[in-house]
Design a binder for this molecule. Structure first.
Ligand SMILES: C[S@@+](CC[C@H](N)C(=O)[O-])C[C@H]1O[C@@H](n2cnc3c(N)ncnc32)[C@H](O)[C@@H]1O
Length: 510
C-alpha cells in the first residue's frame, strides 16, 4: 500500500465515522477494502492486456478503485471520470485527488448522459434497497431500462441493478464492465432482468462469488460477487467462468459454462458448486491448448545446422530458424532468451528454404553447394523428403512458449514428462510437442505471471496421469502423442486463464 492509499484510507475512515449507519444505508455508502479493489484491478489489467485504458467509476466515494488503477495502469490520455452524488464525500475526494488525472463530478450518475465513452468501468455501486428509492425515480429508471435494453425490470430491484444495466451506454463497443454487487440478484425474482441483460445484451465473461465465510463487507452483511462483462452483443461458444472462493485471480473452484447452459429463470448460485472445493472443472489440456509435434525434418544431420556449417556455406538468416537442442541437452525446465536465441550450450538452426532449385543455383551458389551435399548423401530419397517439393523445404512452425519432450523414461528422471518454458523464438524438431494457447487464451497468456502460473500448473500434473494417457514401451520408456496430451485432465488451469470472445479482443486491443 503506497503513501497516497494510506492517506485516502484515513480520509475514508474519518468520513465514514462522521455518518450514522442509517445515513450510510440510504445512499449505500460502504467502501471497498483496498486489497479487494486491487485484486479486481489486477484481474482487469490481465483481461485488458494493455495499460493505457480509459476508466469511469460511476459511484466513486473517495476513489479506492482509482487508487488501485494508478498502481496497475498508466494514466490514460483521457481523464478518468468519477461520479459521486453526496457532497459529503465528493468535496474531500475532489480535494484529495486535485492535480491528478481524475475528474470527479458531483451528480446522480443515473441522470447523466455520456459525453464520451470509456474502455473500462469499475464499480461498487450503492446497495440501496428498492424501498429507499423514491417512486417517481423508480418509474423513471424502469422506463430508461426498458428504452436502453428492452428489458422489464421489477420494482423490487435494488439500485445496483439499475446501475449495472444503465451504465453500458458509457462504454465503448467491446469495453469491459466490472461490478462488485450482492450475489442476491442471481437467485431472487427481481434479478431476472439483470440475468436477461447479462445473457442477451452483453457478453458475460465471469462471475466470481466469495466464499460464504468470506464476507467482503462486515458492516454491509451481504455476500457479494464480482460480475465482469463486455459491452458487446453476445455470441455462442465463448465460455463463461463461474468461480467460487479465494480471490478472483486465484479462485478455489472454477467452472466454464456456455451461455446456452444458462437461463434467466433459474437460480445461478447453485452453479458455483457451493459444496465442492476441489476441482470441478473436469477440464482437459485440449480445452486450453492445441498441441502440435515439432518439425519432422526427414534427416536431422542435414537439416540441423551449427554455426560452422552456416558460415562455410554462407547460409543467409532468412533460411534459418533458431532451434532448441534435443531434450538431453536441456537441464532445467526453462530456456532463457538472448535476442530471441535460446541460451543453450550449442546454438543450432533449422534449414528452412523453399526456393526452387534453379533460383538457389543462380542466386545462392554457396547454399546450392550445400544442397548438393544433401544429394550426395541421398537425403532427397528419404521417406519424408521424397514427399516434399522441393525436398529440402522443411515445414514452418511458430515458436511456442511451452514445449514438452514427447518421450520420458521413468527411472532416469523423476519428472518423467516435463513442460519447459521457452522464452526464445526457437522452434523444435519432433522430439518435442509444442503447446499453443487456443485463440481465446492468447491474450491473457501474454501476461508473464499468468504464463508462469500455467506452466507451474502443467508441471504439477501427476506423472501417473500423463503416463496413463500416453503409451508404454520397453525399458521404462513412455511416449505421449499430441492428441493424448490434449486429452489429459488438468486441474487449476481454468481458474488461471480468462477467455476472450473468439478473436474479438485481439482485434480490439492489439
Ligand atoms: C458502495 S459505495 C462505493 C464507494 C467507492 N466506489 C468504493 O468502492 O469504496 C457507493 C458510493 O456511491 C455513491 N452514490 C450513491 N448513489 C449514487 C448515485 N446515484 N450517483 C453517484 N453516486 C452515488 C455513494 O454516496 C457512495 O459513495
Amino acid at each position: 500500500m503506497d503513501e497516497i492509499e494510506i492517506r485516502r484510507k484515513a480520509l475514508q475512515d474519518s468520513l465514514d465515522a462522521g455518518k450514522t449507519q442509517k445515513e450510510r444505508n440510504i445512499l449505500g455508502q460502504f467502501s471497498t477494502p483496498f486489497p479487494l479493489a486491487s485484486d479486481m484491478m489486477l484481474y482487469l489489467r490481465r483481461l485488458m492486456g494493455r495499460d493505457d485504458i480509459s476508466l469511469i467509476e460511476p459511484s466513486i466515494g473517495t476513489g479506492v478503485f482509482y487508487s488501485a488503477y494508478r498502481d496497475l495502469f498508466v494514466d490514460s490520455k483521457e481523464r478518468v471520470l468519477g461520479f459521486e452524488i453526496d457532497p459529503y464525500y465528493f468535496k474531500p475526494a475532489q480535494q484529495f485527488w486535485n492535480g491528478t488525472n481524475l475528474e470527479i463530478r458531483c451528480a446522480d450518475f443515473l441522470s447523466q448522459q455520456p459525453d464520451r465513452k470509456f474502455d473500462m468501468l469499475v464499480a461498487n455501486p450503492p446497495y440501496v434497497r428498492h424501498h429507499h428509492i423514491e417512486s417517481t425515480v423508480k418509474q423513471r429508471l424502469k422506463g430508461e431500462v426498458f428504452r436502453e435494453s428492452g428489458l422489464k425490470i421489477s420494482g423490487l430491484a435494488g439500485l445496483y441493478c439499475y446501475f449495472m444495466i444503465l451504465s453500458s451506454k458509457w462504454l465503448k463497443d467491446g469495453g469491459v464492465s466490472c461490478w462488485l454487487v450482492p450475489s442476491e440478484f442471481m437467485d431472487v425474482n427481481y434479478g431476472v432482468a439483470v440475468k436477461q441483460f447479462l445473457l442477451q445484451n452483453v457478453e458475460l465473461i465471469h462471475i466470481h462469488r466469495f466464499g460464504l465465510n468470506d464476507l467482503q463487507f462486515s458492516d454491509a452483511l451481504v455476500s457479494s460477487c464480482v460480475v465482469v462483462f463486455r459491452n458487446h452483443k453476445p455470441s455462442d461458444g465463448h465460455p463463461i467462468r463461474f468461480s467460487l472462493g479465494g480471490s478472483i485471480n486465484n479462485p478455489e473452484t472454477c467452472k466454464l459454462l456456455d451461455r446456452n447452459q444458462l437461463s434467466s429463470k433459474t437460480k445461478w448460485t447453485s452453479l458455483f458448486g457451493n459444496d465442492v472445493v476441489s476441482d470441478v472443472s473436469g477440464a482437459i489440456l485440449g480445452d486450453f491448448f492445441t498441441v502440435k509435434r515439432g518439425v519432422a525434418t526427414g534427416d536431422n544431420d542435414f537439416f540441423i545446422l551449427d554455426k560452422e556449417t552456416i558460415t562455410k556455406y554462407s547460409i543467409p538468416a532468412k533460411f534459418l530458424r533458431p532451434l532448441i537442442p534435443s531434450p538431453r541437452y536441456i537441464k532445467g525446465n526453462r530456456i532463457d532468451s538472448e535476442n530471441g536465441l535460446p541460451v543453450v550450450d550449442r546454438q543450432l538452426f533449422l534449414f528452412c528454404c523453399s526456393l526452387p532449385e534453379d533460383i538457389l543455383r543462380r542466386e545462392y551458389p554457396k547454399v546450392w553447394e550445400y544442397i548438393c551435399v544433401g544429394y550426395e548423401r541421398g537425403v532427397q530419397s528419404g521417406y519424408i523428403c521424397s514427399r516434399r517439393s522441393p525436398w529440402y523445404s522443411c515445414e514452418e512452425r511458430e515458436p511456442a512458449s511451452i514445449i514438452m519432450p514427447y518421450m520420458g523414461r521413468s527411472e532416469t528422471n523423476n519428472q518423467m514428462f516435463r513442460f519447459i518454458l521457452n522464452s526464445s523464438s526457437a522452434i523444435t524438431t519432433n522430439v518435442y510437442l509444442l503447446l499453443y494457447p487456443k485463440p481465446q487464451y492468447v491474450q491473457c497468456m501474454r501476461d508473464e505471471s499468468v504464463l508462469l502460473d500455467v506452466w507451474r500448473e502443467l508441471n504439477a500434473i501427476p506423472a501417473e496421469t500423463l503416463s496413463r494417457n500416453g503409451r508404454f514401451y520397453g525399458g521404462g520408456l513412455r511416449k505421449i502423442e499430441p492428441k493424448e496430451l490434449m486429452n489429459t485432465p488438468v486441474n487449476g488451469i481454468a481458474s488461471l486463464l480468462i477467455p476472450h470472445a473468439s478473436g474479438y479482443q485481439l482485434s480490439l486491443f492489439d
